[in-house]
Design a protein around this ligand. Structure first.
Ligand SMILES: Nc1nc2c(ncn2[C@@H]2O[C@H](COP(=O)(O)OP(=O)(O)O)[C@@H](O)[C@H]2O)c(=O)[nH]1
Ligand SMILES: [Mg+2]
Length: 496
């Protein structure tokens, strides 16, 4: 309970920090059309992928303790189903579906994080749904059951881009389970490719869990080893890595009883019984994965917005220096022009013998006219040359000494270009400076505080409770400008 409360309050504070400090900036500059927190504020999600018949729905039913999803050898279910807890019902009743919602509702309700999937169109909406159930397993959690990969002909008939949908869902999910079965151990190259493209390398290993399911169908241990070997080979080919990712070997004992596999020598299963529980624990630990992903989310977006603001600020500072220099040149030229006018007026007598003060006055007028001309014509011209020069060489606006900076700049480079082009460099320097200070503090101090709180979390054990005491939760200040001094931590300490 203590750990759960800790996770929940840390999550709420991270979301509040994004909402207060990053979203206003992101929306103002068109970095994001929807509030940044809209994709992270909902509950943690576990995406379950794999070929059809790899046992996805069976696994889900087993976790939930009820037959909620249809199962079968043929491709039974061609929908993406979000399954989550119904907080308004009694968990002591028999487990059942308490509410169903269709895709149209889901894609348009801002309380859910699925608006980004709207782009996949009507056909996808018709294959997208939500089921609420009263299973305790789903408290704080949502599972996503997916239709399996089919052969390429049927694939074309789907009417939406399956790979892209998978990619988008993987970005929303905190944990992705990729299921294989012994019959098709290595045919999910495509789904893996789209995962690789959407999940950053930094988080891929922590976020994707490979599962070889239905192992009871292997005839013997040597058969299992052969399947395992094939799978490892295929995965190493797909990932391009020499080291083999961890693969859980598991099966559903209920399904196994109903299959013909009991005729085989299944002694080898005995030592693998614990794998199902391991898998279940990983799924239950999704809220913790969510925190890691949130930390990465805050870091990534704060860093990108930081670089965006740094660039436009740098542009304005350079423009100010340019204006000061060219204004000074204009002033000098105008003074010279005025002096020449006075000199000519006095020496040629074209002022008709008036006093020298008149000549000085005429010189002043000449100087002013010259300055006005300078500001309206050459200055304007040189300013547009300056503007074009920086739009063409926009990378010169900020230092790009590290690869991380280059990557993050790449994500906002186009945005900075468009913004400078649209505004022609006319925007409030004071406003941008304030925004930069806030975002920079989230980037530097906010993310450090989050990592510190996550480290403390790793010291809190699963079963830890604090009887009769509500934990205060971690203290990440929503406004990083008011964060405590570095080194001071107000996160509650483990009480064991
Ligand atoms: N022997 C055996 N059969 C399984 C196992 N898991 C699922 N099945 C069977 O495989 C078929 C397809 O399962 P299903 O969960 O619908 O697969 P999905 O298409 O990935 O959702 C069903 O007939 C299940 O009973 C398992 O671990 N062992
Ligand atoms: Mg299924």
């Amino acid at each position: 309970m203590y750990r759960e409360n800790y996770i929940n309050s840390l999550r709420a504070e991270m979301v509040a920090m994004v909402e207060k400090n990053l979203t206003p900036v992101a929306k103002e500059y068109g970095y994001s059309d929807v509030p940044l927190e809209s994709t992270i504020k909902w509950r943690p999600m576990v995406l379950i992928l794999g070929n059809y018949s790899s046992g996805k729905s069976t696994l889900i039913n087993e976790f939930l303790g009820a037959d909620i999803q249809a199962i079968g050898q043929a491709p039974t279910d061609d929908s993406f189903t979000i399954i989550t807890h119904d907080d308004s019902t009694d968990d002591n009743q028999e487990i059942h579906v308490t509410q169903e919602r269709d895709g149209k509702f889901l894609l348009n309700d801002p309380d859910y994080p699925f608006e980004i999937l709207k782009k996949h169109g009507q056909r996808f909406a018709a294959h997208f749904r939500l089921k609420k159930i009263n299973s305790r397993f789903l408290k704080n959690l949502a599972l996503i059951d997916t239709p399996g990969m089919l052969d390429s002909i049927t694939e074309r008939d789907r009417g939406y881009d399956y790979q892209e949908v998978i990619g988008d869902l993987a970005q929303l999910a905190d944990l992705v389970l990729v299921l294989f079965d012994p019959h098709k151990a290595g045919t999910v190259r495509e789904s893996h490719t789209s995962l690789r493209e959407t999940i950053t390398t930094r988080t891929f290993e922590d976020r994707v869990l490979f599962v070889l399911n239905r192992i009871d169908e292997c005839a013997s241990l040597s058969d299992l080893l052969q399947v395992y070997g094939t799978l490892c080979w295929n995965l190493s080919q797909i990932t391009g890595r020499k080291d083999i990712p961890a693969i859980l070997l598991t099966y559903s004992s209920r399904a196994a009883k109903n299959s013909t596999s009991h005729e085989k020598d299944r002694g080898f299963l005995y030592n693998l019984e614990n794998q199902r529980q391991k898998l279940k624990n990983s799924v239950l630990d999704a809220p913790r994965y969510r925190l890691d992903n949130l930390a990465t989310f805050v870091e990534t977006h704060a860093e990108r917005l930081d670089h965006f603001l740094e660039a436009i600020l740098s542009y304005r500072k350079r423009l100010r220096r340019f204006r000061a220099r060219f204004g000074m040149i204009g002033l000098i030229i105008s003074i010279i022009a005025g002096t020449v006018a006075i000199f000519i007026g006095v020496s040629t007598g074209f002022l008709g013998g008036f006093y020298d003060t008149m000549a000085i006055g005429a010189g002043g007028v000449a100087a002013c006219l010259c300055m006005v001309f300078w500001m309206l014509m050459p200055m304007k011209y040189f300013k547009s040359v300056f503007h074009r020069k920086y739009l063409k060489n926009i990378d010169r606006l900020i230092p790009l000494e590290t690869q991380t900076r280059k990557d993050s700049w790449q994500a906002v480079r186009e945005l900075a270009y468009k913004y400078l082009k649209k505004t022609n460099g006319r925007f409030s320097l004071r406003n941008v400076k304030q925004q930069y200070t806030t975002v920079h503090q989230v980037f530097v101090e906010g993310t450090r505080e989050i990592r510190k709180a996550l480290n403390e979390l790793s010291n809190i054990k699963f079963d830890e409770t604090t009887p009769g005491e509500e934990p205060a939760g971690p203290q990440i200040n929503e406004n990083p400008a008011q964060n405590q001094a570095p080194g001071h931590s107000s996160t509650p300490k483990s009480t064991s």
